[in-house]
Write a protein that binds this ligand. Sequence first.
Ligand code: SF4
Length: 190
Amino acid sequence: ENMSTLSINNIDHASKDSFPLCMKRLHVVLRSEHHLKHQARQQYGLFLKGAGLSLEQALTFWRSEFTKKIDVDKFDKQYSYNIRHNYGKEGRKTNYTPYSCMKIIMGAVGFDEYHGCPYKHTSSQALKQLLEFSNISAQCIQDILNLSQNGHYQIACTKYFEAKHGALPSATAINHPNQFFEESQKVKGH
Ligand code: SF4
């Protein structure tokens, strides 16, 4: 399957196989709760833009989830501006950059928020559950939990990449969620 262009048709598949855990979790929460708070929308929305999701597709994607809980008018008033803004279509027309791991890891995350880096901001119990849903071996899960408990968040993420792909990324370690996605596409031959 060609995933060189991320679209609403392949996003569920891509989220399982090619997204780092931080983004995979945001995708799952958005699909199940039909809502994400502001910081989570920024983190995930900019990642999707960096991964190639077009503005039109992004608006359709977010609208289709949010309007399961709120009406279309409310969505268009409250949320579509921000999405267009992130694509440089509103306000100062800045082309906003997806967040790096360092920015995500250093950010603050409240108890009822889902953005951030799961290797840093999630309890070991919740992290273990996330990993158990990811089809990787018990040994890998244990290694990743140990790395994350010892503060080696990006090495834990690199280990997760290796467990999912049977190969290491070409760079020494993961330092950007979009790098994770691009490396994954490379390994999968897209
Ligand atoms: Fe996401 Fe980076 Fe954390 Fe990996 S290390 S889960 S890419 S923030």
